[in-house]
Design a protein around this ligand. Structure first.
Ligand code: NAD
Length: 328
């Protein structure tokens, strides 16, 4: 969590609507970055309890050496508002994180967009609702955007920024600049089902469950394979860079076998087959999904090895995480 105080940068003030799992973590993150934060929840009593939890959590993070002591003081400075109208009055940024119900989002976004100043940017943390549907609930939808954080929000760097059709470009630019300034790694993505992260994560999850159902491995073994085989690469490289390094011709052949055995969901996509036909088979050919000069390729492979060695060393130093044990 970044704790260098931001001075005079937009946004200086934020309202968090819904102080649950996500709202509370985002509040801690905003406060740690030196922003003035107001919290609200379904009732003033719940909002007060949430603030207590927030302070206790920041204290726990400081005691564990994860945050400097001053971050606790900043969490103590978070204010509780009696309701949505009081929370949003005069703030620069409104972060909506009420439960995933379109009716509830309609109610809360409607009240908050009527009460927030016209210059305030309003974002929703929805994981699945179409952004154009939510934008309809906001007065002045040019200032509305999706901003999808991941649990635990105070530590996970990635945030999907999801414009609706009506969102102003300036709103997107401001949000991306802000997220970078607090140490996050935003990506601007479209509003299709599951956006990008949940779509990919759920495809992985479905295949993991199917591997267990097909009797190939236990949940523990699947977790080990995912973490320690291809998952080991994921802090540094995404699927396109990984495929380029492996060879797209290899991927196309493997997918052919998977399609034969497991059906249409593994059919090699046209985009991949076109690249292979053009001879763009990845780093070894100087081009795949991405382009590489000889020098860039050598540097990439060396940097890859450096990072993998560093990660191995880190994993060896940390005790194993007790992620649970299968019954029986
Ligand atoms: N939990 C996750 O891992 C996760 C990850 C990314 C996005 N999201 C999304 O973030 C949003 C919030 O999810 P969550 O997991 O934090 O839910 P949560 O249930 O933990 O928190 C929601 C909070 O909103 C409060 N609330 C209910 N009605 C309210 C109202 N009218 N006004 C103000 N507050 C109200 C609830 O009391 C609760 O504290 C959802 O849209 C969810 O899809 C969740």
């Amino acid at each position: 969590m970044r704790t260098e105080a931001r001075r005079g940068e937009w946004p200086g003030t934020a309202a968090i609507l819904g102080a649950g799992t996500m709202g509370l973590g985002v509040a801690e993150c905003f406060a740690a970055a030196g922003m003035a934060v107001r919290l609200t929840d379904a009732t003033p009593e719940l909002a007060r309890e949430a603030r207590e939890k927030l302070v206790a959590r920041a204290r726990g993070h400081a005691e564990a050496g994860l945050l400097p002591e001053e971050a606790v003081g900043r969490a103590e400075g978070v204010e509780v508002a009696e309701g949505v109208v009081e929370a949003v009055a005069g703030v620069d940024l409104v972060f909506e994180a009420v439960p995933e119900s379109i009716g509830l989002k309609e109610e809360v976004l409607g009240v908050c967009s009527a009460g927030a100043s016209p210059g305030a940017v309003i974002v929703s943390n929805t994981s699945s609702l179409p952004m154009d549907d939510l934008a309809r609930f906001v007065e002045g939808p040019g200032r509305f955007c999706g901003m999808h954080w991941f649990n635990p929000p105070e530590w996970t760097p990635g945030v999907e920024v999801i414009p609706a059709g009506a969102t102003d470009t300036r709103t997107v630019e401001r949000l991306v600049g802000f997220l970078r300034s607090i140490g996050k790694r935003p990506a601007v993505v479209g509003s299709g089902p599951g956006f990008v992260a949940n779509r990919i994560q759920n495809a992985l999850f479905l295949e993991a469950v199917r591997c267990v159902e097909d009797g190939l491995a236990s949940p523990e073994e699947v977790d080990e394979v995912v973490r320690s085989c291809f998952g080991f690469r994921l802090p540094f490289f995404g699927p396109f860079a990984i495929a380029d390094m492996a060879g797209l011709d290899v991927y196309a052949s493997v997918l052919g076998v998977l399609e034969d055995g497991l059906g249409e969901r593994f059919r090699p996509p046209r985009m991949l087959l076109d690249l292979v036909e053009e001879g763009r088979t990845g780093t070894k050919a100087g081009a795949g999904f991405l382009n590489y000069t000889d020098e860039e390729r050598e540097r990439l492979l060396l940097e890859r090895d450096r990072r993998y060695a560093a990660l191995l060393e880190l994993l060896d130093r940390l005790p194993p995480v007790g992620a649970g044990r299968e019954e029986g």
